[in-house]
Each structure stands twice: as structure tokens, then as C-alpha cells.
Design a protein around this ligand. Structure first.
Ligand code: GDP
Ligand code: IMO
Ligand code: MG
Length: 431
């Protein structure tokens, strides 16, 4: 059975949650493999909105399994709240539906405090993180001193690790001139309690997934953030602290790369970015304001206004390359209704120099401005359209031109936030 990876092809918030929720109907297992509750994935079903931060976007489908893989950093407080809220709404009635890797790293109170203190100290040069402790948790993971879900399940081990780690975190916070507001005994008691709550879900997720795939089940891997926020391939240092690209679906869940059949990149019909960092097609004018207003571009996690701009074909071509994209899903096409012209960034200019591909040097990228190709817009509302042929001619021409410049076919377009407001041109599970 096919296994499909969905990743963000831009700077995050492309509508991954919506597409994953929709495609879950054809998959058996949905897997988060990186990031943490810096993610905010919005699903709208029959007008009812759900925002998920850690639990995979397949969870609204009873009978489908959801895996939080080893590559995720999990804040147990947030995870337990998310579980309780879903249960209260009638979802996740069977604990067997959620599988949490024993090896996922745990976000501790000091990780959040350090993240926030560093950003405050950085002033203008800050990254604009979500303040959820993501970076410091991944740092501890790579430094081989992190705490994992398995550590919450043994109170003695937890107490020992908390004592060790909290002392170092206090020193770090003192260096940053910030206060450490936690008490070690309270952290141990609370995290042991959270461990008890999470125990029914915690297991060797990689083995569980291996067995599911061996039994012929198909998996949908749900990326968080986006390609340009990848710690290796993004606009470093204005990135998140994990690999967001498709290749990490394997490492972050424990399947081999040969298990992956199809990789789909999600892109908005325009672009957005939250936080700092270069963004050559950003619009700081009325058009940008209109995209923010019509597209309701405010962060699903932090509520921050998103920066907005036209679609960037160089960024998408780059995403196609580093993810090995088989196809694109273009979301929020409806937001472009009513613009007299729609634009695609096709090159960058820096002084007298032009670039056809995204420059890898941050300082160069920061100085680049986009050169656009302009296409005629359309006035028709799109949210009721369910067939490609029924889209206005100019809308189709716009999508086709984006696909042509990027060099990747379009597999789906989305014309509204609701699950049903989607046109699937090629379903990766029904080849
Ligand atoms: P994710 O992080 O990639 O899952 O995306 P977010 O949930 O952070 O942001 C996408 C936003 O766009 C959410 O509010 C979605 O409900 C909304 N959305 C997704 N697809 C469409 C679409 O085709 N049209 C409109 N108008 N909204 C959409
Ligand atoms: P989803 O999965 C958009 C951004 C932050 C900041 C940078 C680093 O919903 O698409 P972090 O807290 O990760 O250390 O912040 O990454 N960022 C996101 N932007 N969507 C996200 O997730 C993001 N997760 C992190 O704004 O610029
Ligand atoms: Mg989001």
C-alpha cells in the first residue's frame, strides 16, 4: 500500500493539516515525524474548526491510527490537553488510536524559559520563535542529554534527570539575566503525573509502524513547518530546529527511506511567513494587507499576523529539489479572487545581478527583490467549485503556469478551508 509524505513547500502554514485530514480517508496511519507544538494545523469539517499542535491531523477519523514519532519534541502538558479536548468532543475514544514514541524528546519548563529569554535578549536580531521551547529541546537531544517520554514513566529516573538538567538550565538562564520560575520537586511530581496519563499511548512506535506497514497498511507522513524553515535547507539561522524536508519522514519515525512512495508539497496560492528572516516576495503594501485580511493570515499557534506576499517560484523549485516532490497541492486559491492581476516571483534581482535559483547565502538573499510575471486575475468565487474544469479559465491558467515554472504537476487545489472544499486531480493512494 502506498506511503505518502506531505510537507510544507514554503515557510509553514500552507494548509498541511487540511490536506492531511482529507487524505486520511485513504490512509490507515498518520505520522508526525518532526517539530512539536510550534506547529498549528487547522482542520475544518462541516464548519467546525480544530487546531492541532502535536496530534496528527488524521485524528478526526475514527479507526485511523495516529503516530507521534521519535523525531517529534513533545510538550506533555500540551499533549495531554490536546488529548482531553479531543476526547471531550467525542474523538479519540479508543486509546489505541494514538501511538506515542517512547523516544520522542520532552519539552521541559526550562526549555520554554530559555527559548523566551534568548529571544528577549536578542532584541532586533531575534528569530521570532514560537516560544515553545523547540530549539533548546532539540539542542539537548543532539547534545545527548535530553529527556524522553520513556523518562517520564520511571519516577526515580525522572527525579535524577530533572535535578541534573534543571541545575544546568538555571545557570543558562542566569547568564541570560532571566529568572528560573520552576521548583524541581514540583516538576518531578507534575511530569510523573503527565507520564502516567501518557503511558497508555507510549510504546516502541518505530516497531509498531514497521508491523503496520508489513501488514499492508498505508501511512501518511505529516510534515510540520515548511521547507524554508528546515535547519539544513532553510534560510538559516531564521529556521526552526528540525529537518522539515521529506527525507526526515524516515528518520523521524523509524521507517527506511525505501518505504516512501510519493512526496507532495503543499503551497498556498500566494505566500506567508511568520517570524523573522528573508522573504523576497513579501508585500508590505495594501496588496499584502489584503492577502492577510482575506486569507485570515494570523498564526494558528501564536496568533501573530503573518507576513504576506506573492507566490515564489524560486522557493517552490527549491522545495521541489530538496524534497523530491512528485506533486504540489495548491491551497487558498479562493483568497486570490478579485485581484485584477496575480503575480509569480520568477527571478530575483540584487543590484545589477539576477538569479534564476534561490541563492543559498543569507546575506545575498536578504538583499534580493523579486522579479514578477503577472497574469490576469479572476472575479468568480471559487469555494463552491468541485471540478477542475469548472474553475475560471484564468484560475486554471495561473495554477498551470505555477506548475510549469516549478516543474512539478499539481495533484490537488483547495478552494476553501473546509475538508470538502478541495479538488483532487490525482490521489496518491489510488494510483
Ligand atoms: P498548516 O500549519 O500548514 O496546517 O496550516 P495552518 O492551519 O497553520 O494555516 C492554514 C490556514 O488556512 C488555516 O486557517 C486553514 O483553515 C486555512 N485554509 C486551508 N486551506 C484553505 C483554502 O483553500 N482556502 C481558505 N480560505 N482557507 C484555507
Ligand atoms: P506549521 O506546522 C509557520 C517559525 C517561527 C520562527 C521559526 C522558529 O503550523 O506550519 P521555533 O519556535 O520553531 O523555534 O521558531 O519557525 N515556525 C513556524 N512558522 N508555521 C509553523 O508550523 C511554524 N513553526 C515554527 O515563527 O520563525
Ligand atoms: Mg500552521
Amino acid at each position: 500500500m502506498p506511503n505518502v509524505v506531505i510537507i510544507g513547500a514554503q515557510w509553514g502554514d500552507e494548509g498541511k493539516g487540511k490536506v492531511v485530514d482529507l487524505l486520511t480517508q485513504d490512509a490507515d496511519v498518520v505520522v508526525r515525524f518532526q517539530g512539536g507544538n510550534n506547529a498549528g494545523h487547522t482542520l475544518v469539517v462541516g464548519g467546525e474548526k480544530t487546531v492541532l499542535h502535536l496530534i496528527p491531523a488524521g485524528i478526526l477519523h475514527p479507526g485511523k491510527s495516529c503516530v507521534i514519532g521519535n523525531g517529534v519534541v513533545a510538550d506533555p502538558e500540551v499533549l495531554c490537553t490536546e488529548i482531553d479536548k479531543l476526547k471531550a468532543r467525542g474523538f479519540l475514544q479508543d486509546d489505541g488510536q494514538l501511538v506515542l514514541s517512547l523516544d520522542a524528546h520532552v519539552i521541559m519548563p526550562w526549555h520554554k524559559a530559555i527559548d523566551i529569554a534568548r529571544e528577549a535578549k536578542a532584541g532586533e536580531g531575534k528569530i521570532g520563535t514560537t516560544g515553545r521551547g523547540i530549539g533548546p529541546t532539540y539542542e539537548d537531544k543532539v547534545a545527548r542529554r535530553g529527556m524522553r517520554i520513556r523518562d517520564l514513566l520511571d519516577e526515580q529516573r525522572l527525579a535524577r534527570k530533572v535535578t541534573e538538567r534543571s541545575a544546568a538550565a538555571r545557570e543558562e538562564l542566569a547568564r541570560l539575566g532571566a529568572a528560573a520560575s520552576w521548583k524541581d520537586e514540583e516538576v518531578v511530581a507534575r511530569y510523573a503525573e503527565l507520564g502516567r496519563k501518557l503511558k497508555p499511548f507510549a510504546r516502541d512506535a518505530a516497531l509498531w509502524l514497521h508491523r503496520a506497514l508489513a501488514a499492508g497498511k498505508s501511512a501518511l507522513f505529516e510534515g510540520a513547518q515548511g521547507t524554508l524553515l528546515d535547519v539544513d535547507h532553510g534560510t538559516y539561522p531564521f529556521v526552526t530546529s528540525s529537518n522539515t524536508v521529506a527525507g526526515n519522514a524516515a528518520c523521524g519515525s523509524g521507517v527506511g527511506p525505501t518505504a516512501i512512495d510519493t512526496v507532495i508539497g503543499i503551497t498556498k496560492a500566494y505566500s506567508t511567513r511568520v517570524g523573522g528572516g528573508p522573504y523576497p516576495s513579501e508585500l508590505k503594501d495594501e496588496t499584502g494587507e489584503r492577502l492577510r485580511k482575506v486569507g485570515n493570515e494570523y498564526g494558528a499557534t501564536t496568533g501573530r499576523p503573518r507576513r504576506t506576499g506573492w507566490i515564489d517560484a524560486l522557493a517552490l523549485r527549491y522545495a521541489a529539489r530538496v524534497n523530491g516532490l512528485d506533486g504540489l497541492a495548491v491551497t487558498k486559491l479562493d483568497v486570490l479572487t478579485g485581484f485584477s492581476e496575480v503575480k509569480i516571483a520568477v527571478k530575483y534581482r540584487m543590484g545589477g545581478e539576477t538569479f534564476d535559483e534561490m541563492p543559498s547565502d543569507l546575506e545575498t538573499l536578504e538583499k534580493c527583490e523579486a522579479i514578477y510575471e503577472s497574469l490576469p486575475g479572476w472575479t468568480e468565487k471559487l469555494d463552491g467549485v468541485r471540478r477542475w474544469e469548472d474553475l475560471p479559465k484564468n484560475t486554471r491558467a495561473y495554477v498551470e503556469r505555477v506548475a510549469q515554472i516549478v516543474g512539478v504537476k499539481v495533484m490537488a487545489v483547495s478552494v476553501g478551508a473546509d475538508r470538502g472544499e478541495t479538488i483532487i486531480l490525482e490521489n496518491p493512494f489510488r494510483k
